[in-house]
Design a protein around this ligand. Sequence first.
Ligand code: ARG
Ligand code: ZN
Ligand code: CA
Length: 232
Amino acid sequence: PFPGVVIPVYWHVINAGPDVSDGNIRDCEIVANINVMNNDYAGSGIQFSIKNITRTTNAKWFHSVDQGTTYETAMKRTLRVGGADTLNIYTVAFDEIENPGLLGYATFPMYYEDAPQDDGVVISHLTLPGGALPRYNGGRTLTHETGHWLGLYHTFQGGCDGPGDFVDDTPAEASAFSGCMKGRDSCPQDPGLDPISNYMDYSDDACMNQFTPGQWDRIAAAMSLFRGAGAT
Ligand code: ARG
Ligand code: ZN
Ligand code: CA
């Protein structure tokens, strides 16, 4: 649906020290996660290409860079590169006391103009393929957050009524799904079972395996409107 777009990626490894357990993940883990994402986006024609990896030791940023904090602002002001078409990814650990279970967050393309310096995706280093988080260590957190970065909402956005996620071919869903079990029908009055295999739900990494054609269309529109691609 949107062939030939290659998104440049700048990956910023925030760590609390030199070891992998300090968040200083290896290049091979980064490449593995980009490969997962490229497979997940293959049907869209969009691919991601690593341009550079930076490494920053800063224990405050590593542990406390939750969304809306001054740490977020400081980290991104220091490290972010490129324009609206450039994906900046930061791996951190988050504040597990303030936000237990937080896996990542992202900025949406339609708000790029409001705060270009904040644009990007922040994920826990534990979510990379082979990372320490059971159920969420398949690299799909990057696929999911980049979905937001490309303009997608959660499949359960808006619940059963109204426009939901603004995508017609994702069945309505009342709330976030957790786990793997197929068959939930949280909006029985609407067509279709819950889209628990969709990358934009909250299912386990191993159970996510699809974006829909309607999501590709929304991504293509967001890319050309806000991220300067495909407008020819
Ligand atoms: N909860 C996070 C968010 O809303 C990410 C969820 C990712 N899910 C996963 N299976 N990796 O952006
Ligand atoms: Zn999300
Ligand atoms: Ca929908």
